[in-house]
Design a protein around this ligand. Structure first.
Ligand code: UT7
Length: 325
């Protein structure tokens, strides 16, 4: 048995944060942001919004798309680095809200690679016989850990949620392979120092802005390009395919220049690369499932298509999944 995606859904909050809005917050401008990132606008949650509520909206759409009831779901995996609370998991809040009473639920933190890690874990659990149907999400409220006084990071991130229903299928259909990698030696490139056991929450920690994400953008950029291209190539080689066989390439939506550089290294024509970051920014783990849901809505995921997903994020973590739709 293998697994395949049988339903897709996404949710993004209605409030928009445009480049013009950011010009009023930090020393930046629309032309710099557009040229360096490709981002024009992002969706931002209201203060105190629950990640699981975004996940609920995305999940309901994915379940409706699949024609599956919440009580038919055996496992829920939520890829997130911005949970509702440190504990319990966002997945357990989601389970309660959905009424998915027969599922076991857990979160998985692989930062921006969280959806691909979660997809791979759910695929492996189903193959191992631990369930027949999974709900897999990438769901983030990145604005909750974004420092809106730091122009190097606040221009990038947005909020949203994407969900897929994964179900058993015959071998040779659906997910053909997943490849996950990480390198903890490079943790400092993107991290959020405060709020865990090393730097517990204190008023001083908050005043030193240690509750917010920090990133060495330029160095991260270089790793993102080489590592995403390598792991994408690994997926193709392992399955005996070349880029010409791909109907669609869906990379993590971090920066248009990263996407273009990866596409160029692989030799994928631009019209086969999915891009929506101009409207959402970098939604971390949510970027790939949101892109998948939009690609389907636009008629760009047809039965039989070969689709390659590639992610990269803090950890560092990165990975790919090759699928036959
Ligand atoms: O989600 C997975 C992980 N994240 C990523 O993959 C993101 C990877 N990195 C990036 O996307 C890019 O590195 C950034 C968009 C963050 C930055 O672009 P860059 O081309 O690497 O710029 P830089 O950091 O090298 O900065 C170039 C200049 C600097 O000024 P000086 O030192 O040359 O005078 C920055 O201070 O641009 C300045 N700068 C800005 N200027 C206007 C940095 N941020 C801004 C800004 N507006 N928002």
């Amino acid at each position: 048995m293998a697994t395949k995606i049988v339903g897709l859904g996404m949710h993004a909050p209605p409030k928009k944060l445009t480049n013009a809005d950011l010009e009023k917050l930090v020393d930046t401008n629309d032309s710099w942001i557009t040229e360096r990132t490709g981002i024009k606008s992002r969706r931002i949650a209201e203060l105190g919004a629950a990640n699981s509520d975004f996940g609920l909206a995305a999940s309901r759409k994915a379940l409706a798309d699949a024609g599956v009831r919440p009580d038919e779901i055996d496992l829920i995996v939520v890829g997130t680095c911005t949970p509702d609370m440190p504990l319990p998991s966002t997945a357990c809040f989601l389970q309660k809200k959905l009424g998915a009473r027969n599922a076991f639920a857990m979160d998985l933190n692989a930062a921006c690679s969280g959806f691909l890690y979660s997809l791979s874990v759910a695929d492996a659990l189903i193959r191992a016989g631990r369930g027949k149907r999974a709900l897999v999400l990438g769901s983030e409220i990145l604005s909750s850990i974004t420092d809106y006084t730091d122009r190097a990071t606040c221009i990038l991130f947005g909020d949203g949620s994407g969900a897929v229903v994964l179900a058993e299928c015959p071998e040779g259909e659906g997910i053909l392979s997943c490849h996950l990698q990480s390198d903890g030696n490079l943790w400092e490139l993107i991290h959020c120092p405060g709020g865990g056991t090393v730097n517990p929450l204190t008023p001083e920690l908050i005043s030193r802005r240690m509750i917010y994400l920090r990133m060495s953008g330029n160095e991260t950029f270089k790793h993102a390009v080489t590592k995403m291209a390598d792991v994408a190539q690994k997926a193709l080689s392992r399955n005996g395919y070349g880029v010409d066989d791909l109907a669609l390439f869906i990379p993590h939506q971090a920066n248009l220049r990263i996407i273009n550089a990866v596409g160029k290294r692989l030799g994928v024509p631009q019209d086969r690369v999915f891009v929506n970051l101009e409207r959402y920014g970098n939604t971390s783990a949510a970027s790939i499932p949101i892109a998948l849901a939009e690609a389907k809505a636009e008629g760009r995921l047809r039965a039989g298509d070969l689709v390659l997903l590639v992610a990269f994020g803090a950890g560092l973590t990165w990975g790919s999944a090759l699928m036959r739709m």
